[in-house]
Write a protein that binds this ligand. Structure first.
Ligand SMILES: [Zn+2]
Length: 173
């Protein structure tokens, strides 16, 4: 897994630990803890599913056939700082998109999309349309000038990477 604190990949089973909370009508519930070997910080989760064998409340290191996995800590994923020239309204949307990513990938995707569209319209002067048309406009401008506006090269990468992550999570649900 990729550590949500430091963004370094690690083998999550290496430092995995869990404790069984018990079962309800939705199956068994387990709290999980993984420790990133790079930054030595916890990644805490809540998993729901069916047990692979007999388990009891309070049992440690019980594995489930996981149906649902919720990242409890940290809330969201670490990001590079936003460049200071990005307008405050866009920063607000961007931070909120990062914050809700683990709870609602679809909400994060909607905010990321709005963030990118506002950036294209406000910073690059793109005429409003659908997102793919707006991106096409900026590519045409970039091809003519042989460069992208600085704000897009500095912040657009963050926005696009967030969009890719939210899309991947939406597809996984
Ligand atoms: Zn880490």
């Amino acid at each position: 897994m990729r550590c949500p604190h430091c963004l370094i990949d690690f083998h999550d089973r290496q430092t995995w630990w869990s404790v069984v909370l018990g079962g309800d009508t939705e199956g068994q519930w387990v709290i999980t803890r993984r420790t990133c070997p790079a930054c030595n910080r916890f990644v805490l989760g809540l998993e729901n599913g069916t047990s692979r064998g007999p388990i009891t409340q309070g049992q440690q290191n019980a594995e489930l056939n996981v149906l649902r996995s919720i990242q409890v800590w940290p809330k969201g994923v670490a990001r590079a700082p936003v460049p200071p020239e990005v307008p405050p309204g866009i920063i607000e949307d961007y931070k909120e998109a990062c914050l809700v990513l683990s709870d609602s990938p679809k909400a994060s995707a909607a905010l990321s999309r709005r963030c990118l569209q506002n950036l294209l319209r406000q910073a690059a002067g793109v005429k409003p349309g659908d997102l793919s048309g707006e991106i096409q406009q900026i590519w045409i401008v970039a091809n003519c000038r042989k460069t992208l506006p600085t704000i897009l090269t500095r912040f657009g990468i963050l926005g696009i990477s967030l969009l890719i992550q939210t899309r991947a999570r939406v597809l996984a649900t």
